[in-house]
Design a protein around this ligand. Structure first.
Ligand code: F6P
Length: 319
């Protein structure tokens, strides 16, 4: 490979900039030319491709968002859109591509790989829903934001002896709810991977109330339901008036933690080295601290499992 490109796609996540910086600087270090594609696959289709140099990624390691911007591109879901994307890369003489994004972005990378483009995927999503990596870029920061929010909620809930239902992101994966819930001592954690009974939750709250635990935090992943309807159902069941907080896109912004910056830096550099070694069609990840690659086709056809050990620990400790 002589010329590579990098793009960010799907929902942004904290640490994407650190990953872009690592790809650009590692590529230049290894004597490659490197290009940035603006607005993900949308920019690929519309040839929004520009050369990157060492200075173009200066002063970004600490910033949330992505300087390359991102988009959810419907046209790229079609075979015609994918072909156009591959053709545009070839037209610019680009023979390798690093895609930083979540599950949908990986699907696109897989298609490009099948059209003969040397592709590497980097897991960039706050959801932590990518299999074959222990963690995704942005997850650590998002969990810290949620923990900080729950700490604040707990102060006021405790003063008023109230209960709170906090809705966090995670469409198919409850990891943000699980990790943030465990770290903040939430009384109940509701995730899409584990069935739950709201009447049971309400009964437990009532029993706790009787023995003097007069405030509680319920964390629900958006994929497991809606915070307002959980609060309504609890009120119906036990009469406790729970307050609702939906954290929304706050979880996707702000400065990345050092964990996310280091993860992104390692993965960005690794992806470039893998392309140089002739590898292609792979998703890069970290398992037990080690950098690994997995066939991207396998990754997009697998589902991440919830960490049962942590889930059960949270249950045991939340009495
Ligand atoms: O996939 C990341 C994510 O933040 C999900 O947790 C959330 O459901 C979704 O993106 C929100 O997408 P959008 O920003 O397009 O509304």
């Amino acid at each position: 490979v002589k010329k590579i490109a990098v793009l960010t796609s799907g929902g942004d996540s904290q640490g994407m900039n650190a990953a872009v910086r690592a790809v650009v600087r590692s590529a230049i270090y290894h004597g490659l030319e490197v290009y940035g594609v603006q607005r993900g696959y949308y920019g690929l289709i519309n040839e929004d491709i520009r050369p990157m140099d060492l200075r173009s990624v200066g002063d970004i390691i600490q910033r949330g968002g992505t300087i390359l911007q991102t988009a959810r591109c419907k046209e790229f879901l079609t075979p015609e859109g994918q072909q156009l994307g591959a053709d545009n890369l070839r037209k610019h003489g680009i023979d390798g591509l690093v895609v930083i994004g979540g599950e949908g972005s990986y699907q696109g990378a897989n298609k490009l790989s099948k059209l003969g483009i040397r592709t590497m995927g980097l897991p960039g999503t706050i959801d932590n829903d990518i299999p074959f990596t222990d963690v995704t870029i942005g997850f650590d920061t998002a969990v810290s934001i949620v923990v900080d929010a729950i700490n604040k909620l707990r102060d006021t809930m405790s003063s008023h002896e109230r209960s709170s239902v906090v809705e966090v992101m995670g469409r198919h994966c409850g990891d943000i709810a699980l990790y943030a819930g465990l770290a903040s001592g939430a009384e109940t954690i509701l995730v899409p991977e584990v069935p739950f009974d709201l009447d049971e939750v309400a009964k437990r709250m009532e029993a706790n109330f009787q023995v003097g635990k007069r405030h509680s935090i319920i964390v629900i992943a958006e994929g497991a339901g809606n915070a307002q309807s959980v609060a309504d159902r609890i009120k119906e069941s036990n009469g406790i008036d729970a307050r609702v907080t939906v954290l929304g896109h706050i979880q996707r912004g702000g400065t990345p933690t050092h964990n996310d910056r280091i993860l992104a830096s390692r993965l960005g550099d690794f992806a470039v080295r893998q392309l140089i070694s002739g590898d292609s069609g792979k998703a890069c990840g970290v398992i037990k601290g080690e950098l690994v690659t997995t066939d991207i086709d396998k990754v997009v056809h697998s589902k991440k499992e919830i960490n049962r050990e942590l889930y059960e620990l949270a249950l045991r400790l939340s009495q």
